[in-house]
Every structure is written in structure tokens, then in C-alpha cells.
Design a binder for this molecule. Structure first.
Ligand SMILES: O=C(O)CCC(=O)C(=O)O
Length: 262
């Protein structure tokens, strides 16, 4: 359960670190299950240098799917997104999504139209992350106008090999590095500008995504633009008997039909 202070922190800065949500035994078990899923799906054990990115991920195994509705994550999500929130899918990544030692500054949901539709991603790093060794860096408050729009040049350049961000190297942009240990969870608004520098070692993470239930065509258009697969939830989620998961999936078919007519 989030406190009022934590809710304010999230609304104002666009992110929140929850410390030691899961204990060592739980996180080690999750790490073992994640390794098993990666190895099983790939048909081999990934080497330390190998980049692996799977979505959906938690949905691939009964034991990991439980995390989606674990009260320690689910309850904070309902506080921030409402009890009628929807499930947007999960990711399991070893390395970075860019397959590079860095992931330059970007927002997952950029642009002024996106600021009115709250989507949240939870990052759970299975290995310790430090500022210059793979930690999740954020520009606090960049999920809000006018800072968000002022950072548009970052979004335009983040795919380049060695871009300058207002004359700075990416790793020198003023920011807050959310250093984490396994068991911590980082919650962020997907319109927040974030980056990663200095991937070290295996760098494994699991991500969970939730969103406010869409109520307008603009919300649906945004989902279709950035994450159309979220409207096609994995069979394990669709077949689930769990009231929480069912509530998060409920009505998605209808939303998908509406979205397809836009
Ligand atoms: O690799 C990470 O820790 C961050 C991933 C990221 O930037 C994203 O999911 O948008």
C-alpha cells in the first residue's frame, strides 16, 4: 500500500522506488524461474554477453504469472491507476532492449497527447544496478509539461549511435540514477524520460505494465500505436480464474474491436 507521500512523489517526479518489496529467497526463486524460461524458450542457456528480450514473459509460466497480481505490486497499481486498470503485458530482458551497453534518453510514450493517458511500467532488476553500471536513470518531472516537450530533441536522437543531448554525452545529462538491489521495484510513468548507461554483467530484469482503462479514442489510438499486443493478452492471462487478473483483462476484447475501427 502506497502512502500519500509516495503517491505525491510518483505524481510529481514520475517515478517511485519501492525498496525490498521481495525478500532474498523470493527474488532468487524468481531469478531461477526467469533463467529457466529464457533457456527453455531459446533452447540454450544464454551467455553473459547474449541479449535476450521476451514479451510476454511472466505469462509463460504459472509461477511467474502470479507476480502480475501480487498484492505488493497490484495494490500500488490500483492506487495509481484505479481499480478498473488494465493489464498491458510483461517483458523479460537480459542486457538492454537496444542490445547495446546503453539505452539513450527517451520516453516510452512521448508527445503531449500521451501525457493525458497514464501507463505505468514496473522494473524489477534481478542483479544490483549502480549509476554507471546499468542503473535506471530518470529526468524527474519530465512526464509533465513543459519539460516533457522541451526534451523532444532527446526523443528524436535516442536511436543514434553517439548522440549529443543539448551538447552533453548521454551519460552526462543531469538526472537521478535509481540504484537498485534485487528485491526493489521501480515504478515509472511511461512518459518519463529515462536512460541506461554502462550495462555490466548479465543485467537481468522483469518488467510489468499496467494502464488506466482507456475511455477515449485517443487512449485507444495510443495503445494501437505503441503497444497493440496489449489488446491481445496471452492465453494464460485470458484463461486465468483469478479475480484480479480477470478484472484486468475484462473488456479488452471490446476495446480491441473499438480500436480496430479507428
Ligand atoms: O534497460 C532498462 O533498464 C530500461 C529499459 C527501457 O528504457 C525501457 O523499457 O523503456
Amino acid at each position: 500500500m502506497l502512502t500519500e507521500d509516495q503517491i505525491h512523489h510518483f505524481r510529481v517526479f514520475g517515478f517511485l522506488a519501492l525498496r525490498q518489496v521481495f525478500d532474498t529467497e523470493e527474488i532468487e526463486r524468481l531469478g531461477r524461474l526467469a533463467d529457466e524460461i529464457w533457456s527453455g524458450e531459446l533452447g540454450h542457456t544464454p551467455s553473459e554477453e547474449e541479449h535476450v528480450s521476451m514479451a510476454p514473459f511472466l505469462e509463460l509460466h504459472d509461477s511467474t504469472a502470479e507476480l502480475i497480481e501480487d498484492a505488493r505490486l497490484y495494490t500500488p497499481m490500483t492506487q495509481l491507476l484505479g481499480k478498473d486498470m488494465i493489464w498491458m503485458g510483461s517483458e523479460g530482458v537480459q542486457g538492454t532492449m537496444t542490445r547495446r551497453p546503453y539505452h539513450h534518453w527517451h520516453a516510452d510514450r512521448p508527445g503531449p497527447l500521451e501525457l493525458g493517458y497514464l501507463r505505468i511500467k514496473i522494473m524489477m532488476y534481478l542483479d544490483p544496478m549502480r549509476k554507471d553500471a546499468g542503473a535506471f536513470r530518470v529526468i524527474p518531472g519530465s512526464h509533465r509539461s513543459p519539460l516533457h516537450e522541451e526534451l523532444t530533441p532527446f526523443q528524436q536522437r535516442h536511436g543514434l549511435e553517439d548522440p549529443a543531448f543539448f551538447g552533453n554525452r548521454g551519460s552526462e545529462v543531469p538526472c537521478h540514477a535509481v540504484e537498485t538491489d534485487p528485491g526493489d521495484a521501480v515504478i515509472f510513468n511511461q512518459s518519463l524520460y529515462h536512460a541506461v548507461y554502462g550495462k555490466a554483467g548479465r543485467r537481468r530484469y522483469i518488467a510489468l505494465k499496467y494502464a488506466t482503462r482507456p475511455t477515449t479514442d485517443a487512449h485507444l489510438a495510443s495503445i494501437m500505436q505503441y503497444s497493440p499486443d496489449a489488446l491481445k493478452p496471452h492465453e494464460r492471462a485470458v484463461q486465468s480464474e483469478s479475480p484480479r487478473l480477470r478484472a484486468m483483462i475484462n473488456g479488452i476484447d471490446e476495446l480491441k474491436r473499438r480500436a480496430e475501427t479507428l
